[in-house]
Ligand binder design. Structure first.
Ligand SMILES: C[S@@+](CC[C@H](N)C(=O)[O-])C[C@H]1O[C@@H](n2cnc3c(N)ncnc32)[C@H](O)[C@@H]1O
Length: 192
């Protein structure tokens, strides 16, 4: 299994945002939708071996975690608007600390990054990390930030976990996900 976790620092947590203004009213929900697409879409197919977690820490009720399971999700289309509509539905549900199903393959709970990092070993994808091509073994789970840097509180949870870079330039999170998938695909296919 592969997993990509993306922190949306400003992403609305109550589902009350305008589908025609995802960057503004959604707190960069557009960016999270592109990360879902990079994590789960192939051409004319889905990556059924991949999960995508979103950690939303924007107003008014942070944090929330949304899980999209590539092996289970239905009705996911490669456009930001319809993907955001699925997130909006999940965020509108009352939730506690346990995952609750919002629609097929989409789950939501009221917990944050610390909980997920305790459950699943992650590597941090970041600009200054170790070159992914030189690592003999790759982790299965990667955590990325949105357009903002990780907070001090978040980085405090990263001590002792690997830091991995896909290249020398600072990329958008969805671009970094695509390159990590590519590296994993090449290794799985015996190209490296
Ligand atoms: C736009 S960047 C985050 C903001 C950026 N750190 C800044 O200084 O403005 C989005 C995220 O994509 C991931 N990322 C970007 N470039 C990367 C790279 N070269 N290698 C690995 N991950 C990268 C990181 O998780 C990063 O936090």
């Amino acid at each position: 299994m592969r997993n990509f976790t993306v922190v949306g620092h400003l992403a609305r947590t109550d589902g009350i945002f305008n589908l025609d203004d995802l960057p503004g009213s959604g707190g960069r929900i557009d960016l999270l939708c592109r990360c879902i697409q990079a994590a789960l879409f192939l051409s004319h197919s889905l990556r059924r071996d991949t999960d995508c977690h979103l950690i939303l820490t924007g107003d008014p009720v942070p944090p929330k975690t949304i899980l999209i399971r590539g092996g289970e999700v239905r009705s996911l289309n490669p456009d930001e608007r319809s993907t955001a509509a699925l997130l909006r539905k999940a965020l509108s549900l009352p939730v506690g600390a346990m995952f609750r199903a919002a629609s097929p393959g989409i789950y939501v709970r009221a917990t944050g990054l610390d909980t997920l990092l305790n459950e699943k070993a992650h590597a941090v994808a970041e600009e200054g990390g170790e070159d992914i091509r030189t690592l003999p073994c790759l982790p299965e789970a990667f955590v990325l930030s949105d357009h903002l840097n990780f907070t001090q509180e978040e980085t405090a949870h990263f001590s002792g976990i690997p830091r991995v870079s896909v290249g020398p330039r600072s990329l958008h999170a969805d671009q970094a996900i695509t390159l990590i998938h590519n590296e994993l695909d090449r290794r799985d296919a015996g190209w490296n």
